[in-house]
Design a protein around this ligand. Structure first.
Ligand code: ASP
Length: 364
């Protein structure tokens, strides 16, 4: 028997609830995932529900389903990545897709080939999805006009990183569900909300250069959370007009009320200039120090998209707290990316023979 995902129905995307701050770069289509705006609230909920099925698959003796057998997924990474590439490749393999892996540093780009020729070369080999990471905003959208494959944005410049936002929403939802399931509400402080509505999420650090911040603001606010950005003026975008957020430079004034403390790395590779006089001073003013961690509400969740720079945005003691969800985020990334791949490529479900083969392999 095949997994639940083979019978699930992909959703029709709806526009995102929060205002778009970079409208020129987003599209709404059911074939690509370029922005959280391609999904909207209903789409985010549907992907999280699909991810539950893949979480269940991961607990099986053989954590694999034939849903994408015969499909080919290519990862095109023009910028460094550890977890996102491995996570997408693991997700594709768990769906039985064939995986092609392209790395800019060992490609003909090094010999002067253009981005378009590189994409068209990979397209000519016959791929069903291209998962693209690039240092420039808008590249995944540009690529949609050079290929008939589905394009998934795995992080473009400082624009968006939609699967990171989806896995973050999923991780928060899972933590809230575990808490209400266990009935453990002990401890001081106000009870946090049971769902996203009214949840107070602080995103702290280099908002200006962070694609994670942009996607997460869209996703968290679409689900009904209140988002507060905490950063020095130099690490905020020049204008927050249209962003459904509050902003402050006073971490200590908002910290006790946060249900989720979401820390960001300083994106030195994107800054192009020195924005901070001193990283030690940054740690003292904006880092989750061990002392601040002690002042968090007992129910507060600590998150980071990785890579974490311990001692800058987060103290080692805070990174290793039981309330830190960082490794959960990584684990859930595989379920979310499986759901996204299935949502975009698996609409017709596997051929009947696949289900029979699956039963023979003991994967019922
Ligand atoms: N991994 C995330 C990204 O690719 C966050 C980071 O690099 O700081 O944007």
């Amino acid at each position: 028997m095949t997994a639940t995902p083979t019978t699930a129905t992909p959703t029709t995307p709806t526009p995102a609830t929060p205002a778009q701050t970079t409208p020129a770069l987003t599209t709404t289509t059911d074939r690509h995932l370029l922005s959280v705006a391609d999904l909207g609230r209903a789409g985010i909920d549907d992907i999280m529900t699909l991810a539950d099925s893949f979480k269940e698959v991961s607990e099986r003796r053989i954590p694999k389903v034939p849903a994408l057998r015969g499909k080919t997924v290519a990862t095109l990474f023009f910028e460094a990545s550890t977890r996102t590439r491995l996570s997408f490749e693991t997700a594709a393999k768990r769906l039985s897709a064939d995986v092609m892996s392209f790395s800019a540093s060992s490609s003909s780009l090094e010999k002067g080939e253009s981005l378009r020729d590189t994409v068209e070369t990979i397209d000519a080999m016959g791929v069903d999805a291209m998962i693209v990471r690039h240092k420039s905003s808008g590249v995944p959208m540009r690529i949609t006009s050079w290929t008939s494959a589905s394009v998934i944005n795995a992080g473009d410049g400082q624009h968006e990183h939609p699967t990171q936002a989806l896995l973050d929403c999923y991780t928060i939802r899972e933590a809230l569900a575990a808490r209400s399931g266990s009935g453990s509400r002990a401890g001081a402080g106000a009870e946090p909300p049971a769902g996203f509505a009214g949840l107070r999420i602080g995103i702290i650090g280099d908002i200006k250069h962070s694609r994670v911040a942009r996607s997460n603001v869209l996703a968290f606010s679409a689900l009904g959370a209140d988002v507060v950005l905490v950063a020095p003026r130099t690490l905020l975008p020049p204008s927050l007009e249209g962003w459904p957020v509050e902003a402050t430079a006073e971490l200590d004034s908002v910290l006790p009320d946060l249900d989720v403390v979401y820390l960001l790395r300083i994106q030195a590779e994107r800054a192009g200039q020195v924005l901070l006089p001193d990283l030690d001073e940054y740690h003292v003013r904006f880092g989750l120090t061990a002392e601040r961690a002690r002042r968090l509400s007992p129910q507060a969740l600590v998150m980071h998209p990785g890579p974490m720079i311990r001692g800058v945005e987060i103290a080692p003691e805070a990174a290793d707290l039981p309330s830190s969800l960082v490794t959960r985020q990584v684990r859930n990334g595989v379920f979310i990316r499986s759901a996204v791949l299935f949502h975009l490529l698996g609409a017709s479900g596997p051929p009947a023979a696949d289900a029979a083969d699956d039963e023979k392999s003991g994967n019922a």
